[in-house]
Design a protein around this ligand. Sequence first.
Ligand code: SIN
Length: 275
Amino acid sequence: MNMSQITITPCSPHVGAEIGNIDLTKPLSDELRRAVYDAFLKYGVIFFRDQDISFEDQMRLAGYFGHVHIHLGGAGTASKPAEGFPAIRKQHFDENSKRISGEVWHSDQSCAEIPPDGSILIQKILPPNGGGDTLFMSAYAAYDALSQPMKDFLENLTAEHDGAKLFDKGKVDEYPRAIHPVITRHPETGRKLLFVNPGFTTRICELSKEESNAVLEMLYDHIAKPHWQMRFRWLKNSIAFWDNRCTQHFAIWDYWPNVRSGYRVQFEGTVRPSR
Ligand code: SIN
């Protein structure tokens, strides 16, 4: 298969594209890998439909783009390792679930010193009447839309990201914690973006608690604006493949007590988020 055979259909002006005419159950040529990676960089999140992939296929796909990552959250997370594949997280939610993974705007594991670059999630079971969509937003577009004085104010600030905030609602202290710039620059595209999220970010280090809370609340409202979002409707064997360096996502839990069940793998980053 050569690169010209894949199709790329943007989903919204700022984020997301659907990739067609590709079979992820088969190894990809170098040319196809490059085309997929270029689309990932350009659109922030890419989607595939009707991909009945195995765990081996999912691991191979992630392995094209980086070292496959073992999730940091441990027992406090809502997902569990898939049997025999510790790097694959089973994200299964049903009538017994007390919470789900990712029901807040976040980029995956921004609490790590070097968060995973990419996440690849496939859904195998979906609620019968719809629901369980995922929202994605462009952290580039959110940054671009800030006024110049606000960009200047945020430019040299840093923020703490704490795994305990999302993974265990602040009950334990065993999760990773990291300090990252509030404004980062994507290491591959060179574009600037807003790198705080309500899932993990706890405070802006250089401000008082009151100032930090007020600024973060304003930024979280800004992140959640529909102008730089898209909403992905899953079907069985749909895949979403997102870049944690420049997007955030929000999984909607509107399907209880129905089942939504899928598997996610991630590949590691190589550099700390930086300006
Ligand atoms: C996540 O990885 O944050 C969950 C995304 C989803 O289930 O849609």
